[in-house]
Write a protein that binds this ligand. Structure first.
Ligand SMILES: Cc1ncc(COP(=O)(O)O)c(C=O)c1O
Length: 389
């Protein structure tokens, strides 16, 4: 099955979100069931943590937010969130942006001057696989991809082997390294991150972190936000994934980087007016979900799923270190398509072998998932050591 078939299967509309229902709603209609008060379909959705539903606490914060113009840099809620995020990450400045993609792309654009220049990153990273070629169109840069030798996370040795030093007229010199932590739920250990950072600084190569889910690595105890962020010149952090805000990310770095990113943000239509509406909810997401310890709950569920699968003979593609479980379907003879369809029949939304756990996943979904895993392991062939296929 092709990736586009999996994507179309996984993105079928919810019953309750069918086009006819959407068209029948008028702005301002008051619904009998308030969608802010419960996770709703998100409680059964393992496709991504982006499906988390904003909460009543966020709605209350939106209702009492300030409504000044952020393009004029006058909105206290937006400025307050930017300053607070700079403080949490121990960087000089923060810039609120609408998405993780925008945070990465502005970070890259702000670091790079003019071609010839190249960006070095993990071949699996969001920057190259899911950002619509933005590095090429916005920064005119070549992307060089590295596959980590250990199969899990990037090391300084991997980067050193692939860096382009720009010694020849035919070279496209590496000016920026972009790392992603966690990547596929797997953490780049802080010690290795510090090693990469020290080496990159010696080479005068800038470092950007796609920290969309850095919160998850911190919640897993891999290191503090400040320790990880100290390794990078810029970091993009998302509020709308496991933290549950409806919209938004933050780019942090130096003041000059922030001002350059602000300029580029404006040029691509990302300047916002009453940004307090979204920043108010984003602040609640950090306070209630991250600082409130909710990510630890989703990590406990992640470990439960991984242990359930492994103790019954199932294999994982990557270790379950944060909020993702990668089921190896090959030895059990299931395809992603079968998994998605069988999950849907059980009322679970899946996108394939990668299960993403978030804090709104409920006990009922956990039970159904365990039932599905038992079914897979019973009907499929488990390639136990000593058995041949
Ligand atoms: C690691 C990573 N970085 C960046 C993004 C982009 O975030 P957004 O969808 O808000 O553009 C995602 C989205 O899922 C992601 O997983």
């Amino acid at each position: 099955m092709t990736n586009s078939t999996i994507a179309s299967l996984a993105h079928q509309p919810d019953e309750m979100q069918s086009p006819s229902l959407i068209n029948s709603k008028r702005n301002g209609d008051i619904k009998a069931v308030n969608e802010w008060s419960e996770p709703g379909p998100a409680a059964f959705d393992f496709r991504s943590d982006t499906v988390t539903r904003p909460t009543e606490q966020m709605l209350a914060a939106i209702a009492s937010t300030t409504l000044q113009d952020d393009d004029f840099q006058q909105d206290p809620t937006t400025l307050g969130l930017e300053a607070w995020m700079a403080e949490l990450t121990d960087k000089a400045a923060g810039l609120f942006v609408v998405s993780g993609t925008m945070g990465n792309q502005l970070g890259v654009r702000a670091h790079l001057q003019s071609p010839p220049h190249s960006v070095l990153c993990d071949a699996r990273s969001h920057l190259v696989t899911h950002e619509a070629g933005g590095v090429a169109s916005l920064s005119g840069a070549m992307v060089s991809c590295v596959t980590p030798a250990n199969g899990r996370y990037m090391t300084q040795a991997d980067l050193e082997a692939h860096v382009n030093r720009g010694r020849l007229i035919t070279d496209c010199p590496t000016r920026l390294i972009v790392l992603e932590i966690p990547l596929g739920g797997v953490i780049l250990p802080l010690k290795e991150c510090c090693r990469i950072s020290k080496w990159a600084r010696e080479q005068s190569i800038a470092l950007h972190l796609d920290g969309a889910r850095l919160w998850e690595a911190v919640a897993a105890g891999a290191g503090s936000l400040r320790d990880y962020c100290a390794c990078f010149d810029s970091i993009s952090l998302c509020f709308s994934k496991g933290l549950g805000a409806p919209i938004g990310s933050m780019l942090v770095g130096s003041e000059s980087l922030r001002e350059r990113a602000r300029w580029v943000r404006k040029s691509i239509g990302g300047g916002m007016r009453q940004a307090g509406v979204v920043c108010a909810a984003a602040r609640v997401a950090v306070e209630a979900t991250f600082l409130g310890g909710q990510l630890q709950r989703s990590h406990a569920h992640t470990r439960e799923i991984a242990t359930f699968w492994e103790t019954r003979g199932g294999r994982l593609i990557y270790p379950a270190e944060t909020n993702m479980v990668w089921l190896d379907l090959e030895p059990v003879g299931w395809t992603s398509e079968q998994l998605i369809r069988r999950g849907a029949a059980l009322g679970l939304r899946l996108m394939g072998a990668r299960l993403v756990v978030h804090y709104q996943i409920g006990d009922e979904a956990m039970d159904r998932l365990q039932g599905l895993m038992l079914e897979i392991l019973a009907t499929g062939f488990v390639n136990h050591p000593g058995q041949s296929r």
